[in-house]
Design a protein around this ligand. Structure first.
Ligand code: NAD
Ligand code: ZN
Length: 358
């Protein structure tokens, strides 16, 4: 047996208002006055007070980026080129401020600033050869676990797939639950359910081990508190941020499952975003995750979330085939969900029948 030797985030700060420590945290990482810190920030914060709290010095730069679409390999390459062209020296670091979209962009740009070629060439497992530059993740919405994971999920020319590598993981994470205050109820639910689904898929998977289980159970307990109990809003933000962290740690040493595989298909063909895509699929997976789906429905009712319908209504045979191929290509996810003999247990027709319900 060859056990995986996983990197973890070496430094993390947690607490309301901890964002104001960012200047002190970055200072020792600054290489020279010509090597700036680059802040990749969700453009939802443009013009808000948060921007004035970013500790800019010398030629540091803020780049605002929309999270309306999930990150793409072309976008990563353009950003890395733009930063390389604009400065004489490589930046001292990249700081991503936002949800999973901005966190993944920050990770990918930090890798590409120190590696040759195009980012799509690194989509897969352990293809990155050189360490990325110093990079920091600051989540402003909780659930994806992108702040702890060793992957950055990118939409490439041929596939939606992560750059999974030891160099992807952040060097520093800053968890300030106050930053999540402005998230809409719907987005809070969709991104939070990403965490809930990570737990269900990890805890019910064949790859489960005591390491994953310990994190998965804690994350699930926190999700239940947040989505089923009446918590004080500040307590709820704290707990969801830590649920996201533990959920991410849980899948680091196991895998996700059916909902994620099928959600990747939806996202690849239709651009459906990760959180809502997982919810759209998960609601129809009672056959695979009976208890999880029952709990999901209770949470959905409690928070009066109405998921869109008819998403796959007008799709052609070819469209279904594309989604099914993307989903089935994610072999480790199916093996985790259904075991080594998964091919005997699932078929393209079965997947089509689930997609048709969405
Ligand atoms: P997101 O970054 O896509 O943002 C969702 C929406 O919330 C956006 O409209 C954004 O502007 C808004 N938002 C974010 N913070 C806000 C705030 N404080 N106030 C108001 N609005 C705010 O959301 P997400 O669900 O966190 O991330 C999804 C992405 O994460 C996908 O691209 C997915 O592939 C990726 N992902 C990565 C991993 C990983 O391990 N790397 C894991 C899961 C998902
Ligand atoms: Zn996910």
């Amino acid at each position: 047996m060859n056990y995986r030797n996983l990197p973890m985030v070496p430094r993390v700060v947690f607490g309301n208002g901890s964002f104001d420590q960012l200047g002190d945290i970055l200072l020792p990482q600054r290489k020279s006055s010509d090597a700036p810190m680059i802040f990749l920030v969700d453009d939802i914060f443009e013009g808000t007070q948060l921007i004035s709290r970013i500790p800019l010095i010398c030629n540091d730069q803020i780049i605002f980026i929309s999270a309306d679409e999930e990150p793409k390999t072309d976008q990563v390459d353009l950003l890395a080129d733009r930063i390389r062209d604009h400065f004489n020296e490589l930046p001292s670091g990249i700081v991503g401020i936002g949800g999973g979209t901005l966190l993944d962009l920050a990770k990918a740009v930090a890798i590409m600033l120190n590696n040759k070629g195009k980012s799509y060439q690194y989509q897969g497992w352990d293809l990155v050869r050189k360490p990325s530059i110093y990079h920091v993740g600051i989540p402003t919405i909780s659930g994806t676990g992108a702040e702890v994971s060793r992957t950055t999920v990118l939409l490439g020319p041929e596939k939606k797939l992560g750059i999974n590598s030891d160099y992807t993981t952040f060097n520093q994470v800053l968890l300030d639950p106050d930053l999540t205050k402005g998230v809409s109820k719907e987005q809070w639910f969709y991104t939070g359910m990403d965490c809930f689904i990570h737990c269900i898929e990890s805890l019910n998977g064949t790859f489960l081990n005591a390491f994953s289980q310990s994190y998965g159970e804690k994350a699930l307990e926190l999700c239940k508190e947040v989505y089923l109990e009446e918590l004080d809003p500040s307590d709820s933000r704290d707990k969801l941020m830590m649920a996201s962290w533990h959920g991410g740690m849980s899948i680091a040493y196991s895998q996700v499952g059916v909902a994620h595989a099928m959600s990747y298909g939806l996202s690849y063909l239709l651009g459906v975003r990760h959180g809502i895509g997982n919810c759209l699929v998960f609601q129809h997976l009672e056959e695979f995750y009976p208890e999880g789906v029952a709990m999901f429905n209770i949470m959905k009712e409690k928070h009066q979330i109405a998921l869109p319908t008819g998403i796959c209504g007008a799709l052609t045979e070819n469209d279904f085939e594309i989604m099914i191929n993307v989903a089935l290509s994610l072999e480790p996810l199916w093996e985790n969900a259904l075991g080594k003999e998964w091919r005997k247990l699932i078929s393209p027709e079965k997947l089509k029948s689930i997609y048709q319900k969405i």
